[in-house]
Design a protein around this ligand. Sequence first.
Ligand code: ACO
Length: 331
Amino acid sequence: MRSNVRAGIIGVGVGIPEKVITNHDLEQRIDTTDEWIVTRTGIRERRVAPPHIATSDLAAQAAHQALQNAGKSAEEIDLIVVATATPDMPWPSTACLVQAKIGATKAAAFDLNAVCSGFVYALWIAAQAVETGAYRCVLVIGADILSRQVNWEDRATCVLFGDGAGAVILAPVEEPYGVLAGVLGADGTGAPLLNVPAGGTREPLSPEVIARKRHTIQMRGREVFKFAVTIMGEVAVQALEKAGIPPEEVSLFIPHQANIRIIQAAAERLNLPMERVFVNVDRYGNTSAASIPIALYEAWAQGRLKKGDVAVVVGFGAGLTWGACVLRWMY
Ligand code: ACO
C-alpha cells in the first residue's frame, strides 16, 4: 500500500562550465556547418569544461546551489545519488567525492549509471527511499562531462554533446505535492546502438584501442532517433496514467534535451503545444544526465514552473534506457 509520505523537490541548482563552443567554432575544426547542425538538431552552442574540472566539481557546484535554494545544510543530507556516465575515475564513486567536497558527513553515497536517463532513474529511486521513510534529505545529481568521451574528429557525434550538472534536494512533502509517479525501463539488446566500447573490462585501454578511438562515443544516430521518438511519448503516457493525470493537465513537459526534432515529435505524440514544452538544447546541446535537472532549474528560475504545476520529466539514453516521472511542483 502507498504510504502518505511523498518525496518532493524542495531545491534545485546547476553547475555549468563557462566556456561556450558555438557551431561556428566547430565549422573551423570539422567539415560541418551551423546550418546543418541547427536544422538537424536545434543545437547552436554547448558548454565545455576546462581540463582541470572533473564531473564532481560541476556536481558539487550544483549541489551547493540546490542546498541554498532548499534552505538546507550539507550536514542534513542523508543520501547522495549521482547519476553519471563520466565519473571522475573508475572508483570510488563520484558521489563519494561530492560528499567530501560539500561536507555532507552524514550521507551515504553512490553513483548510478543509466547514461542520459540517469537523472530520471535517480530521481525515481530516491523518491522511493524518501517515501519509505528510510531517508529524509536526499541530494540527487545528474552530472556529465561528455566532451571527454567525444571523438572531436567525428562530425556525426561531436556536434551533439556538452557538459554540465544539475542537482535537486528531495525531502518528505505534504500531498498533493511531490513526485506522483514514475516509470523506468531498459532494453540491453540495444547496447550496440550507442556506447563507449573501451575503457572497461571488455576492452581495457591500450595504445591500440586509443588509436582506434574505441574509448569514444559510438552511435548509430538514425536508429537512436527512431527509438527516442517512440519511447519518449510512450513512457510519458505510462507515467501520467500511473499518476492518474490526463495529458491536458500537464503544465510543463521537460524532456531530455538531445535533439529538437525528437522533442517536437514526442510533444506531438502527447498532443502538447510547444509552449508547454521546455527547450534549452539550443544553448547546451545534450548534457546527458545533467540535461533534465538543468532544464528543471531554468524552468523554475524563469517562472515557468510554479507551485501546483504538473511537470513531466522524460529521459532516454544508452542502454538502452528510458524513464519518466510526474511531479507536482511545490514552491
Ligand atoms: N555536419 C554535416 N553533415 C553531417 C554531420 C555534421 N555535423 N553529421 C553527419 N552529417 C552527414 C552524414 O555524413 C550524412 O551524409 P551522407 O548522407 O552523405 O552519408 C548526412 O549528414 C545525414 O546523416 P544522418 O545521420 O542520416 O542525419 P540525421 O538526420 O539522422 O541526423 C543525428 C543525425 C542528428 C545524429 C540524428 O540521427 C539524431 O539526433 N539521432 C539521435 C542521437 C541522440 O539523441 N543521441 C543521444 C542519446 S542520449 C545518450 O545516452 C548519450
